[in-house]
Design a protein around this ligand. Structure first.
Ligand SMILES: [Zn+2]
Length: 327
């Protein structure tokens, strides 16, 4: 199959064609064939003659048609759908152009890929290394944090609700002489919103996908440009689609990386203290927080001191009242 159809991206490239005439009219009656399609940043007047007269609408996209006199004219995309859909000549021409352009695009992309195969292979290796590094960071968080935090993370990921609430203690003094005790009340209040952390299994899946992508070109890496033209368009397209997934993977890695950086900030990790039921779990969370943020967390006294200062900091936000994990 030849790929003679053209895709024009600038009006100037059509205007300068010797057989193009911006004053020519084109209709299903005098339509002969298509040269190609156009996708312009600006809109240009469509040259279709309809039963109601000349179409004066402007379009960004459409087709460059040739009439029976051999003169070229613009056929706006929407107008083609309205006025040319009954023309079997137009339909088969349109399908030919779409198919030929798709093939040309596929061959160009595949050739580009093969001529840059060393760079692409390096790109895949970088992606894999990056994925392994991010996975290690995520795994470290899950490995370091105690059970209460893990179950909070698990629920938050499933519900996509990262809000942390605490119960705040209020004591009502009874000034009367009655023998009633002071009444204690706990009121639920928002403490803050935790930065989200990626699912461990999503990260694992992404790493596996990247490893498979890295191996994928082995099947066709030795092809030459003359081999490519022997491959049918759907197969070429499937190769390209697969290779192009590297962009999707790169974006996902960027998102995960960004999430982890924010999650590992001290002020974010401190909130986790209030996802713990017991002091023992709070202690372990503080220890994990210190390890993740690069502090020595060897001596019990350091950890206790740190936990105390976190609690004081958050209680001061509630005028020094006691606060605890909301139940
Ligand atoms: Zn039109």
């Amino acid at each position: 199959m030849t790929e003679k159809s053209e895709h024009f991206f600038r009006y100037g490239d059509i205007r300068t064609r010797p057989t193009f005439n911006p004053d020519c009219e084109i209709s299903p009656k005098n339509f002969k064939r298509l040269v190609g399609r156009y996708s312009f940043p600006e809109k240009y007047i469509c040259q279709i003659r309809t039963d109601k007269g000349l179409c004066h609408q402007k379009h960004n996209n459409g087709w460059l048609g040739v009439n029976n006199d051999g003169v070229e004219a613009l056929i706006g995309c929407d107008c083609a759908a309205n006025y040319f859909n009954a023309s079997s000549t137009f339909i088969s021409e349109r399908n030919r152009v779409i198919e030929e352009l798709a093939r040309r695009h596929a061959i160009e992309k595949m050739s580009g890929f093969l001529s840059n195969k060393i760079e692409t292979a390096k790109e895949f290796i970088d992606l894999e290394e990056n994925a392994k590094r991010i996975k290690e960071s995520i795994d470290r968080i899950y490995k370091t944090m105690p059970n209460d935090v893990l179950s909070f993370l698990n629920i938050s990921q499933r519900t996509n609700n990262w809000e942390i609430y605490v119960d705040v203690q209020y004591i009502k003094n009874s000034n009367s002489d009655s023998e009633e005790d002071d009444t204690e009340q706990w009121i639920k209040s928002p403490l803050g919103k935790l930065k989200s952390l990626p699912f461990q299994m999503d990260m694992e899946k992404l790493l596996q996908n990247i490893i498979l992508l890295k191996k994928f070109p082995n099947g066709f890496i030795s092809l030459s440009p003359s081999d490519i033209v022997e491959i049918k368009t759907p197969k070429l397209k499937s190769y390209i689609k697969r290779i192009d997934r590297k962009e999707e993977f790169r974006q996902l890695l960027d998102i995960y990386q960004y999430d982890i950086i924010n999650f590992e900030k001290v002020e974010n990790l401190e909130l986790l203290i209030y996802t713990c039921d017991s002091t023992a779990e709070q202690y372990l969370t503080t220890q994990a927080l210190m390890k993740i943020t690069g502090f020595k967390a060897e001596h019990r006294t350091y950890i206790d001191k740190r936990l105390l200062s976190i609690k004081e900091k958050y209680e001061s936000k509630f005028n020094g009242r006691f606060i605890k994990k909301s139940i």
